[in-house]
Ligand binder design. Structure first.
Ligand code: CAA
Length: 380
C-alpha cells in the first residue's frame, strides 16, 4: 500500500485530534514536571497507540509500520517525551519479541504490553559501550535451567517504568560482538535495580535510567532468538527503531514550524507582519521543504519494512535527515520568534531542546552515516 492510501489520512486525522486535545495542551507541564501523567499513558493504551503494530490476536491494533510511524509523528508533535515513550516501547521492546520470539514468548508478553499497561524498554548501551555496543560487558552466566545476568545498562528510555526489558548480555567472554545473547527480563525480578535517573536537556518527561543488573535470574525459556545471536537481534531492532526516532524528529519539527509560521503572521515589525519579509519567508520555505522530505524518507523506509524488503540503509537515511532537519528547523523557529523564542513563555525553546536527542539516541548521526556508507559500498 502506498503512503497516499486514504487509510493513512484517516489514521493521521484520528491521532492528530488526540494529540491536539490530550497531549499538546499538557506538553509544557510534562516538560516542567519531568513526568508523563499516568492518566495520559492509560489513554495511549486505550486508543491502541501502545500496541498499534501488534497483531490483533496478540492484543494489538494490527496496524502496519507506516501507521505506527504516523502515530509517533503526531504524538511527538504534541509532546516529544510521549512520542519516545511509544517509540521505544513499540520498536525496541515489542518488535524484537514479535520478530524473534517463540509463540510462547509472544503469548506471554505481547498482550500485556500492547493493551495491558505493561511498558517495555531496551537495554543495550553501557557506561563503556555506546556507539560500539559489541564491547558490552554485561555477562549472563549459564546455571543450567537459568542464566544469571550481571552488569550496568545506561540511558534506558522507559527504564524506570518498564515491566519488560530486552537485555543484551554476553553468554561467552569476547572483546567484540560475538557471544551476545538477547534476553526477555521481567523487571520485577530480584536484582533489577533502577540505579539513577538522568537529568537531561530535553525530552524531560521521558525517563532515562541507569539499570544495575545485580545477579538477575532469567529462565532459559527467556532467551530471545538464538543463543549467541543477540547482536543481530539488537541491530535489526535498532533498524526499525530508527524509523520511529525519525518520526519523532519530524513531529517535533512540524510543531516548531507551525508555531513559527503562525507567529510570523501576527508579529508586527517595520509596520507589517514579519511573514511579509522575504528573510522570514525563506526560513519558512526551507523548513517546509525539509519537513516534506523527512516525511517521504520515513514513508519510504516504512514501506520497505512493511513489504519485507531490506530497509537498514533507508531507516538510517530517514533518521539522519529527519533528526538533522529537526535541529535546524527548531533553531530557525527560535530565530523567527527572536527574543520571544528564547524564553519559556513560548514552546519553541522546548522543541529546540527536545530536538537534540534525535541526533544522538538509537545511533548518532555519525553512526547513521556509517550504516549508509557501508550499505552503499557493498553495492558497487
Ligand atoms: N541487522 C542485523 N545484523 C547486523 C546489522 C543489522 N542492521 N548490521 C550489522 N549486523 C551484523 C553483521 O552482519 C555482523 O554479523 P556477523 O558477525 O555474523 O558477521 C555483526 O552484526 C557485526 O557487524 P559489524 O562488524 O558491521 O558491526 P560493528 O560492531 O562494526 O557495528 C555499527 C556497526 C553500525 C556501528 C553498530 O555497532 C551500531 O549501530 N552502533 C550504534 C548502536 C546504537 O544505535 N546504540 C543505541 C542504543 S539504544 C538507545 O539509544 C537507548 C534507548 O532507549 C532509546
Amino acid at each position: 500500500m502506498s503512503m497516499y492510501d486514504p487509510q493513512y489520512k484517516e489514521i493521521r486525522e484520528m491521532v492528530s485530534k488526540f494529540a491536539d486535545s490530550e497531549v499538546a495542551p499538557i506538553a509544557a507541564k510534562i516538560d516542567h514536571d519531568g513526568e508523563i501523567p499516568k492518566d495520559l499513558i492509560k489513554k495511549l493504551y486505550e486508543n491502541g497507540f501502545m500496541g498499534s503494530y501488534i497483531p490483533e490476536e496478540l492484543g494489538g491494533a494490527g496496524m502496519d509500520y507506516m501507521s505506527y510511524a504516523i502515530i509517533v509523528e503526531e504524538i511527538s508533535r504534541g509532546c516529544a517525551s510521549t512520542g519516545v515513550l511509544i517509540s521505544a516501547h513499540t520498536s525496541l521492546a515489542m518488535w524484537p519479541i514479535l520478530n524473534f520470539g517463540t509463540d510462547a514468548q509472544k503469548k506471554k508478553y505481547l498482550p500485556g504490553m500492547a493493551g495491558g499497561n505493561v511498558i517495555g524498554c531496551f537495554c543495550l548501551s553501557e557506561p563503556n559501550a555506546g556507539s560500539d555496543p559489541g564491547t558490552l560487558t554485561t555477562f549472563a552466566e549459564d546455571k543450567g535451567d537459568h542464566f544469571v545476568l550481571s552488569g550496568t545498562k545506561n540511558y534506558i528510555t522507559n527504564g524506570r517504568d518498564a515491566g519488560v526489558a530486552i537485555v543484551m548480555a554476553k553468554t561467552e567472554k569476547s572483546s567484540d560482538h560475538k557471544g551476545v545473547t538477547a534476553f526477555i527480563v521481567e523487571t520485577k525480578t530480584e536484582g533489577f535495580h533502577v540505579q539513577k535517573l538522568e537529568d537531561k536537556l530535553g525530552i524531560k518527561g521521558s525517563t532515562t535510567a541507569q539499570i544495575w543488573l545485580d545477579k538477575v535470574k532469567v529462565p532459559k525459556e527467556n532467551v530471545l532468538g538464538e543463543l549467541g545471536k543477540g547482536f543481530k537481534v539488537a541491530l535489526s531492532t535498532l533498524d526499525g527503531g530508527r524509523i520511529g526516532i525519525a518520526a519523532q524528529a519530524l513531529g517535533i519539527a512540524e510543531a516548531a514550524f507551525r508555531y513559527a509560521k503562525k507567529y510570523s503572521t501576527q508579529r508586527i515589525q517595520f509596520g507589517k507582519p514579519i511573514s511579509e519579509l522575504q528573510a522570514i519567508q525563506f526560513m519558512l520555505a526551507d523548513m517546509s521543504t525539509a519537513i516534506a522530505a523527512s516525511r517521504l524518507l520515513i514513508a519510504h523506509a516504512s514501506y520497505l519494512k512493511d513489504n519485507k524488503l531490506p530497509y537498514s540503509k533507508e531507516a538510517a537515511q530517514a533518521k539522519l535527515f529527519a533528526s538533522e532537519s529537526c535541529m535546524h528547523i527548531t533553531t530557525k523557529a527560535i530565530q523567527v520568534l527572536g527574543g520571544n523564542g528564547y524564553t519559556k513563555e513560548y514552546p519553541v525553546e522546548r522543541h529546540f531542546r527536545d530536538a537534540k536527542i534525535t541526533e544522538i539516541y538509537e545511533g548518532t548521526s555519525e553512526i547513521q552515516r556509517i550504516v549508509i556508507a557501508a550499505n552503499e559500498l557493498k553495492n558497487l
